[in-house]
Design a binder for this molecule. Structure first.
Ligand code: ZN
Length: 271
């Protein structure tokens, strides 16, 4: 299916090898690996296996979590991000998605400064490895401990602070930004500035029973995915549309049936 990519975490009960085999058999074009999918494996072999199955490797999730209360905490984050960059390079992933981080009780302004500093510090390593970085703004409900970057505008501001390097862009995830009155304007700006690096889809369920693991399959919620996709495409973006769903409910399903549902839901929107 054209431009359909799936994140390995979407079918978390499957092993890395099962994800590769089953996505490929279903006609999925791309795969985004989560770092846990590489544990105990050689990233280069995993990358080769995916490509041999006909899958394009879209990105590696995730780096980030730059803010910390102490220098040691922040240094540990930089070390981990450099390892993540090395894994992405070995895997053959052109992009790392950044969940930028936050520290409960630390001001969001300070965390955003530490995020910009952290990205700036690892950027030379990423550039040398040929790996790009994408700041993913997260819904404000995660501003306490997952990300102090909660809007597309804030992600743009960090790119600006860094001097707009080509290696740093933005990952647009509809789950996090669908509510933003500036969304279209900020997507347009991302297109104009060459910052639109990734596009993630899923849906927002009402009620949402779990802040992290109750995302919906496309069509199960209230996000106007077709409209946002149109805005993304209108910028000239031709990359993958990445299905990224954390859901205890859907992980409990037979994953082959679930994969059928994913391709059907994708086909409904992008027929
Ligand atoms: Zn995402």
């Amino acid at each position: 299916m054209k431009r359909l990519c799936i994140h390995t975490i979407t079918t978390k009960p499957w092993s890395t090898e099962e994800c590769i085999r089953n996505y490929s058999a279903a006609g999925v074009e791309g795969i985004t690996f989560w770092r846990y999918s590489l544990e105990g494996r050689d990233p280069a072999s995993v990358g080769r296996m995916a490509r041999e199955a006909g899958l394009e490797i879209t990105s590696l999730c995730r780096g980030g979590f730059f803010p910390g209360r102490t220098v040691e905490n922040r240094q540990a984050a930089l070390d981990d991000n450099r390892r993540c960059i090395d894994e992405a390079a070995a895997l053959g992933a052109p992009l790392i998605v950044l969940v930028c981080g936050a520290v409960p009780g630390q001001s969001l302004t300070e965390s955003r400064k530490q995020i910009a500093d952290g990205i700036g510090a690892v950027l030379p390593h990423a550039d040398a490895a040929g790996v790009k970085l994408a700041i993913e703004p997260l819904h404000p409900m995660y501003a306490d401990d997952r990300s102090a970057v909660n809007t597309m505008r804030q992600a743009h501001e960090i790119c600006d602070v860094l001097g707009s390097p080509a290696g740093v862009g933005i990952a647009v995830d509809v789950y996090h930004v669908w509510w933003d009155p500036e969304l279209k304007t900020m997507i347009d700006l991302a297109g104009q500035t060459g910052r639109l690096h990734a596009f993630h889809i899923c849906d927002w369920r009402t009620p949402t029973s779990d802040l992290l693991n109750d995302r919906g399959l496309m069509g199960e919620g209230c996000i106007n995915i077709a409209e946002i996709s149109r805005w993304v495409d209108e910028t000239g973006f031709t990359g993958m549309r990445e299905v990224e769903i954390f859901s205890n409910r859907l992980w409990a399903m037979d994953q082959s049936e679930y994969l059928d549902k994913i391709t059907a839901a994708y086909g409904e929107i992008y027929s």
